[in-house]
Design a protein around this ligand. Structure first.
Ligand code: ADP
Length: 184
């Protein structure tokens, strides 16, 4: 018996903690022998969706392509960790419907906290008008209605958030089997 695939989709503002939590979840799953792949928004935009901008159409196309790849991997038994702002609810829902085995993680850090952290200095530049269409500043973010997990990083540690994600995957039965090496 192989592993059951699933797409674990982290959504939230820039600097909310998606990548950070994702990395802790990744380490824990690898240590347990799970087969996984990570699709990080920043990396994807340098490769798979290079050239796309930040209009609603381009953001939706970015998510559609990430969803397409995540679907291929998921149906082949891979645990796919996606971390992308993915600000629009409708396209996230479309991807969920298509993939089926889809778990949504809302990293709900408030704008003020993200802006205070300003890990990449992007909020400062957005406030100064140097970056346009920045999510949370002059572009919308639509929170999920029913995420499987809500990571409230302003009041929990990275480890607690990661543990909540792992507990959710376990309770949904996605961690019951690890891949078996095929004997040739
Ligand atoms: P995103 O991927 O959502 O843009 P990052 O993970 O790159 O966000 O950045 C989040 C920043 O917030 C990191 O510098 C991280 O160390 C910090 N941080 C502080 N507290 C937390 C927490 N409880 N959970 C996640 N990140 C946190």
């Amino acid at each position: 018996m192989g592993q059951r695939g699933v797409t674990v989709w982290f959504t939230g503002l820039s600097g909310a903690g998606k990548t950070t939590i994702c990395q802790v979840v990744e380490q824990a799953l690898r240590a347990q022998g799970h087969q996984l792949e990570v699709l990080d928004g920043d990396v994807v935009r340098e490769n798979l969706t290079k050239g796309l901008g930040f209009s609603k159409a381009d953001r939706d196309e970015n998510i559609r392509r990430i969803g397409f790849v995540a679907h291929l991997l998921t149906r082949n038994g891979v645990i796919v960790l996606v971390s992308a702002i993915s600000p629009y609810r409708e396209i996230r829902e479309q991807v969920r419907q298509k993939i089926g085995d889809f778990v949504e993680i809302y990293v709900s850090t408030p704008l003020e906290v993200c802006e205070q952290r300003d890990v990449k200095g992007l909020y400062k530049r957005a406030r100064a008008g140097q970056i346009k269409q920045f999510t949370g500043i002059d572009d919308p973010y639509e929170p999920p209605d029913n995420p499987e997990v809500n990571c409230q990083t302003q009041q929990e540690t990275v480890e607690q958030s990661a543990q909540n994600v792992l507990n959710c995957l376990k309770s949904l039965g996605y961690l019951d089997q690890v891949p078996v090496l095929q004997q040739i």
